[in-house]
Design a protein around this ligand. Structure first.
Ligand SMILES: *Cc1c(COP(=O)(O)O)cnc(C)c1O
Length: 377
C-alpha cells in the first residue's frame, strides 16, 4: 500500500460511549455513517458503532444500505437522503427507515404494497430550508401515513441550521420550539409521532436535555468537535468532562528522496524556489486523493515525528515535501498526512484551516479508494 487510512476502532467506540453517557436514559443513538463514515470507512465504522451499542445507523443513500447489508451489518438503517421512486422497493427490502418530505414518495410506496409496512419519518421544516415540509404540510403527510396500511409513522425529524457556527443559539432554540410545537400539535390530534429527533452532534453535546427520543451524531463520534464555537460553548456550559479522540490517521510512503540544488523551482507553476540545497521527498498522494490543492506551499506532513513542509503545488497524484531537516527520511518511510506521529499531530482542523474548509469536508473527501485499516488502540 502506498497510501492508507488507519482507523482506531477503540477511539470510535469510546467516543460513542462518552456521547451516549451524556444523554438522558432511553434516548436512542444513531451515528451517521454517510460520506464513507466521514472518511473512516463505511463498514469499519458501522461495525465499530454496532459493537459499541448504537441503536441505528444514519446513512444518506441506497448504495450504503446495500454495502452494509452485504457486510452483515444488521442494525436498523435510517436513510436521511432522498430515495428515487424506482429505488424505493430496494430500500424497503434492505430494511431502511426512510425520511419523507414529498407526498409522491408515499404514493409510490403505497403502489408498491411492501410486505411489511414502510417505516417512515416525516421531515418538518423549522428554519434550515433544505429538506422538509412546513408544519401544516408535514402534519397532513403524517396523517396520511397513519391512515395508510402500507406505512407506519416511525418518527418525525427536523434539522438545525445554526448550532455549530455560532455561540449565540437563539436561532437554534427557535427551531427547537417550532419542532416541539409541531410534535405537540400531532399529539393533540391523537397522532403518535414515533421517534422525535432533531439533534446533531453540537445539539447533543450542548443540550442533552433536549435530545428528545433519538440523536443523529456524526462528527463527534469520529472524535472531532463540530466547531471551535461548539467547543467554547461546551466549556462554558459545563461539559468540560467530554473527551473526544480523533480516530483517523492518513498515511503514505515516501516514493523517492532526492537532492535539489539551491535556486531550483519545484513543481507546476514554479511556485516555490529552493533557498538552500534541499532534500526533497516525493509522496504518492495529491488532490485526487483528497490532499487539497490549497495545501500547496502551506501544509506540512510528519515523518518520524518531524515536520516536513510541502514545497510547490500539490499535483493530482503527487506532492513534494522538504526533508532537509528530517535526515531519517528515505524511500518507503511512513508519512503522516493527517493525524498524530510522536508528539506532533496534524489535526483535521489544522488541515481544514490550510485548505480553507472544515474538518467535516477534509475527512469526508479522503478518496474512498484508499484502503481503511481497522486498528485496535
Ligand atoms: C449528517 C447528519 C447529521 C450529523 O451531523 P453532525 O454535525 O456530524 O453530528 C445529523 N442529521 C442529519 C440529517 C445529517 O444528515
Amino acid at each position: 500500500m502506498l497510501t492508507w487510512v488507519d482507523v482506531d476502532v477503540s477511539a470510535l467506540q469510546d467516543n460513542l460511549r462518552a456521547l451516549s453517557a451524556g444523554l438522558p436514559d432511553g434516548a436512542l443513538v444513531a451515528p451517521a455513517v454517510k460520506g464513507n463514515a466521514y472518511g473512516h470507512g463505511l463498514v469499519v465504522a458501522a461495525r465499530a458503532f454496532a459493537a459499541a451499542g448504537a441503536d441505528k445507523l444514519c446513512i444518506n443513500a441506497l448504495y450504503e444500505a446495500r454495502t452494509l447489508r452485504d457486510a452483515g451489518v444488521q442494525l436498523p438503517l435510517y436513510l436521511v437522503g432522498h430515495v428515487a421512486t424506482e429505488d424505493l422497493a430496494q430500500a424497503l427490502e434492505l430494511g431502511c427507515e426512510l425520511v419523507v418530505f414529498n407526498g409522491e414518495t408515499l404514493d409510490a410506496i403505497e403502489a408498491l404494497a411492501p410486505d411489511v409496512p414502510a417505516q417512515l419519518h416525516v421531515k418538518v421544516e423549522t428554519g434550515n430550508n433544505r429538506q422538509g415540509l412546513g408544519p401544516d404540510a408535514a402534519r397532513l403527510l403524517a396523517e396520511r401515513i397513519v391512515g395508510s396500511p402500507r406505512a407506519v409513522l416511525a418518527g418525525v425529524a427536523s434539522h438545525y441550521a445554526n448550532v455549530e457556527d455560532t455561540t449565540d443559539h437563539g436561532y437554534a432554540k427557535d427551531q427547537l420550539r417550532r419542532f416541539l410545537a409541531f410534535c405537540d400539535d400531532l399529539g393533540q390530534r391523537g397522532i403518535d409521532a414515533g421517534l422525535r429527533h432533531m439533534s446533531n452532534s453540537a445539539a447533543s453535546i450542548l443540550w442533552p436535555e433536549h435530545c428528545l427520543d433519538m440523536v443523529r451524531i456524526g462528527i463527534s463520534a469520529y472524535g472531532m468537535w463540530p466547531s471551535r464555537e461548539t467547543l467554547v460553548a461546551a466549556l462554558l456550559g459545563g461539559r468540560k468532562d467530554l473527551e473526544l479522540r480523533p480516530a483517523l490517521t492518513w498515511k503514505c510512503r515516501v516514493v523517492q528522496v532526492k537532492e535539489v540544488p539551491a535556486g531550483e523551482f519545484i513543481g507546476y507553476g514554479c511556485s516555490y524556489r529552493t533557498t538552500h540545497r534541499t532534500r526533497l521527498a516525493i509522496l504518492p498522494v495529491g488532490y485526487y486523493d483528497g490532499y487539497d490543492r490549497g495545501l500547496s506551499n502551506v501544509a506540512h506532513v510528519l515523518i518520524d515525528g518531524h515536520r516536513a513542509p510541502v514545497r510547490g503545488r500539490v499535483c493530482m497524484n503527487i506532492t513534494m515535501v522538504d526533508v532537509t531537516d528530517v535526515p531519517s527520511a528515505r524511500l518507503d518511510s511512513h508519512v503522516t498526512l493527517l493525524g498524530a506521529d510522536g508528539d506532533e499531530a496534524i489535526t483535521a482542523e489544522q488541515f481544514a484551516s490550510w485548505a480553507g474548509s472544515i474538518n467535516y469536508e477534509i475527512v469526508a473527501r479522503i478518496n474512498d479508494r484508499i484502503p481503511r485499516v481497522a486498528r485496535q488502540g
